[in-house]
Design a protein around this ligand. Sequence first.
Ligand SMILES: Nc1ncnc2c1ncn2[C@@H]1O[C@H](COP(=O)(O)OP(=O)(O)OP(=O)(O)O)[C@@H](O)[C@H]1O
Ligand SMILES: [Mg+2]
Length: 483
Amino acid sequence: MAKDKTIYTCTECGGTNPKWLGKCPHCGAWNTLIESVAESQSPVKNRFASLAKPSEVATLADIEATDMARTPTGHEELDRVLGGGIVEGGVVLIGGDPGIGKSTLLLQALDSLQRGFDASLSTVGPPQGAKAPSGGSDPHGVGKRGGTLYVTGEESGAQVALRSRRLGLDGSQVKVLAEIQLEKILATLEATRPAVAVIDSIQTVYSEQLTSAPGSVAQVRECAAHLTRAAKASGVCIILVGHVTKEGALAGPRVLEHMVDTVLYFEGDTHSSFRLVRAIKNRFGAVNEIGVFAMTEKGLKGVSNPSAIFLSQHSEPVPGSCVMVTLEGTRPLLVEIQALVDSGGPSPRRLSVGLDRDRLAMLLAVLHRHAGIACMDQDVFVNAVGGVRISEPAADLAVMLAITSSLRGKPLPKGFIAFGEVGLAGEVRPAPRGQERLKEAAKLGFSVAVVPKANAPKKPIEGLTIHAIERVEQAIEVVRSLA
Ligand SMILES: Nc1ncnc2c1ncn2[C@@H]1O[C@H](COP(=O)(O)OP(=O)(O)OP(=O)(O)O)[C@@H](O)[C@H]1O
Ligand SMILES: [Mg+2]
């Protein structure tokens, strides 16, 4: 037998190299090459390639474009991020920190799908408890296939059963398979032909064909590829649970994200009860949609009106706190930004939670240069309340005002909100869909807003005094005059 050849595989991109290198030659990531055994290549792979018959090519106009049949999961917030429900043959990857509630949510979703399928067998109609989204829903879609399957590789069947009892899913008809070997999972999928299958998690699955350990790049990539192929060929919707690395990225090769149709990401603070599910990629719907859940004794419950959950409850305004309106997907969310500016040592720290740290450094520089407010010798900490992550630049103005407020020890006025992107020249640029943001703030009882000029509404919004500004120094001036 030929000696096993050693190769080095990048944990980021899955690229291989015969020698160890500090930097991956494929994706440029540092220190990501790990030793693995080269898988034997099929010798027939390319030899007959030229003898293969060419495949038929069709003109785009001749291909029938059938609309995707979607089956709602019965959890409105999950359906929102999925773009209306699960799709036949679709592959969804859901990632998130340990213990955030991935297994819980998927078990709940499978149970309500199963109840829907059972109900539609007796009476033809949409799944029970599921609201049909406008357009695209088809009761004869995925539901026609048989039932659900929960493949657990991390927990035993008994543990899953225990969780289902705790969640109040008594008498659940969800089928459970405790298995980690890919070939057996594929055979079970073939034999039972479920409509939806959850693989919890892809890192525990291994294929007999490969020698590397479960969870290794080669295994994860290969198993995901096989499962994706099975989903496309048989029409089963497969939901893969993925682990995340310490840095918060989905563990396993980057290619996993390219392979699947939808990538969902669970975020939130495990210490608070709110969880966000964000669509990072979706071939069947809009991205940047978020679903908001609350973790309760009975599992995850959708929060249909989440706009006020990321505000902390101060009875009176406190220094260093500024509320902003962020627009995630289609819904505006009010988020409190907190800042603490405190005298630092010789090398002051800049720390941010839920916001970009580089952006914080940039904002401090703009604040110094254009508004004359220096934090050079100060530690600066900023935090988005409730474990929410804000990536949009519209948070800039709120961050800046929170920092100024903390530095001066003066609270912002009661019922105050601000949003707007800050540029390096000190200008404040408008945020998309400003009117919607302002209306949501007014609805929740906010009364004073500092916004970019282009976002100021033509017609006044009842109960909201709006100060339109163009530059950072103007914003600071307005706030000073209000105090
Ligand atoms: N008895 C309980 N009562 C209330 N909540 C509980 C109880 N047991 C667990 N939980 C909640 O469920 C969460 C665990 O959820 P779950 O097992 O779905 O997470 P996960 O994302 O699948 O984690 P992992 O990555 O470890 O598989 C816990 O963090 C906790 O908040
Ligand atoms: Mg789990």
